[in-house]
Write a protein that binds this ligand. Structure first.
Ligand code: PLP
Length: 377
């Protein structure tokens, strides 16, 4: 059986997790959290990074940081994970969906301006498959209308837009270390990147349950106090130890995934030339991270026959998101601006195929073999 995903395991995780367990005795509870946060800040040139319990909690913290109020509008694409929307719905916001562009399945940057009203507070840029949105276009609209930009870079760690790492371009960036992503902190986890000085100032209190604990800790004052809204967003040091192993190995993991991605692309290229399928498109401004490899089929029925064909050879492939605006909760919390030209159509013909650090080249070759057979049978 070849699964769609296996959570990344590099092999060195146990060593760091052991060391974190030993540290508990000495009440040294944040060594690996510090190591990971510093790694992000120095390697990616981010101003401030906090490890969190998930990308969902990073997005929720982002909504608190930019002070979303009931009735505020948040612009995003509909082809995304539920949390991208729910983080803002939890604060009473209305989600305003804009169509995607067919080549990357990211928000169509040129349609954002038409969706802006007096109530618009922020634009969320989801970098689908770790392929960047055109951030210059998004940032210039945001500046013109004085809006916040939040990058949902859950899938985008290690990717770049014009030589800047994703997560570091908007006011806030959110990462996921869930087991389905390129790097994991043992199954669940995330990070929030804060790139705006004023937001950084407010972030310590929100991150530490609405208290001034972080300031108290550094100043040695005795009691910390309740200062405002906030929640328990911080990750455990044990998870950070697991993540640390993967950050230290991030180059190997990155290169291995890129190799798999490039193999798929070159082996299947002739099928795209013969119009049997479409392959992912990577715009010139983007350096991606091989998070997802997808095929676009002619229609939904073709997708089902591919899924069934590969199942016969014990290879699991899968659709991805059901667009949020077509979901049961959409009526209560959102509206779609203008027409859905691409979001539904493209989502219905996209199939993800296995790509992960622990996928062997032999198994990849089996997948490629049966894919080719399907298209030329
Ligand atoms: C995975 C993902 C999330 C949620 O991440 P969690 O860490 O599981 O909360 C949010 N947005 C996108 C685009 C994702 O792919």
């Amino acid at each position: 059986m070849i699964l769609l995903n296996i959570p990344p395991i590099f092999g060195t995780e146990i060593k760091y997790v052991n060391s974190a367990i030993l540290d508990i005795k000495f009440n040294n509870n944040n060594k690996f959290i510090q190591l990971c946060e510093n790694w992000f800040e120095s390697k990616f040139n981010f101003k401030k990074v906090f490890l969190t319990t998930s990308c969902t909690s990073s997005l929720e913290m982002a909504a608190l940081l930019i002070n979303v109020q009931s009735g505020d509008e948040i612009i995003m694409s509909s082809y995304t994970f539920v949390s991208t929307a729910n983080a803002f719905v939890l604060r009473g916001a209305v989600i305003v969906f804009v169509d995607i562009r067919p080549d990357t399945l990211n928000i169509n940057e040129n349609l954002i301006e038409q969706a802006i009203t007096k109530k618009t507070k922020a634009i969320v840029a989801v970098h689908y498959a770790g392929v960047s949105c055109d951030m210059d276009l998004i940032m210039s609209v945001a500046i013109k209308y004085n809006l916040y930009v939040i990058e949902d870079a859950a899938q985008g760690m290690m990717s770049k837009y014009k030589n800047v790492y994703l997560g570091g371009i908007g006011h806030i960036g959110c990462f996921s270390f869930h087991k389905t992503k390129n790097y994991t902190s043992g199954g669940e986890g995330g990070a929030i990147v804060i790139n705006d000085d004023l937001l950084i100032k407010r972030s310590y209190i929100i991150y530490e349950e609405g208290t001034n604990r972080s300031i108290v800790n550094s100043n040695q004052i005795n009691n910390y106090m309740w200062y405002g809204v906030g929640s328990h967003y911080f990750m455990s040091n044990l998870q950070a130890a697991y993540l640390w192993a993967q950050l230290k190995a991030s180059k190997y993991i990155y290169n291995y995934r890129m190799n798999l991605w490039n193999n798929y692309f070159s082996e299947l290229f002739y099928l795209s030339e013969n119009k049997k399928l479409e392959l992912p498109n990577i715009p010139k401004y983007c350096k991606h991270n091989a998070h997802i490899f997808y095929l676009k089929m002619k229609n939904r029925n073709k997708c089902y026959s591919l899924v069934n064909w590969l199942m016969k050879y014990k290879i699991i492939v899968s659709f991805h998101y059901v667009p949020l605006h077509t979901s049961p909760a959409a009526k209560r919390f959102s509206r779609f601006v203008n027409s859905d030209v691409y979001t539904t159509v493209e989502s219905e013909r996209l199939i993800r195929i296995p790509i992960y650090y622990n996928l062997t080249i032999d198994d990849q070759n089996i997948i490629i073999k049966y894919l080719k057979k399907f298209f030329i049978k």
